[in-house]
Design a protein around this ligand. Structure first.
Ligand code: 5GP
Ligand code: ZN
Length: 116
């Protein structure tokens, strides 16, 4: 189900434009509007879940579909050879700014060793 005031629900429904990288029935992947690396793609489920805890409790199949989407993004962006980083920010300590679960796929260059 989509939330009226959720920006990623609107992007997933095509109501707000995005630069699509991959799409299937369950998942959309699109370029981050403010990229933090040469490749920075967001993978979101089309169904609204607040965060990684919510989807792990109520939507384990959709979480699996997100990981399938990650694989599709990695192949589409040619990241298999040199690798990449997945990030999920959760809650206030994790600095999650959009309350619709998403996985960041970062790569295309050497990333920082620092993760925090
Ligand atoms: P968070 O901080 O919640 O982990 O990540 C949210 C991400 O969504 C940020 O990297 C931000 O740049 C991205 N973002 C926020 N609004 C939009 C938008 O309207 N379109 C796109 N493509 N990315 C967005
Ligand atoms: Zn949403």
């Amino acid at each position: 189900m989509a939330l009226d005031d959720c920006i990623f629900c609107k992007i997933a429904a095509g109501q707000i434009p995005s630069r699509k990288v991959y799409e299937d029935d369950t998942v959309l992947a699109f370029e981050d509007v403010n990229p933090q690396a040469k490749v920075h793609v967001l993978v979101v489920p089309k169904t609204h879940y607040t965060d990684i805890l919510d989807i792990s409790r109520r939507g384990i199949d959709d979480l699996g579909a997100m990981m399938r989407g990650v694989g599709e993004v990695v192949r589409a962006k040619g990241l298999e050879k040199n690798g990449f980083r997945l990030v999920n920010n959760c809650g206030s300590d994790g600095c999650q700014s959009v309350k619709h679960v998403h996985i960041h796929v970062l790569g295309g260059e050497q990333l920082s060793e620092k993760m925090s």
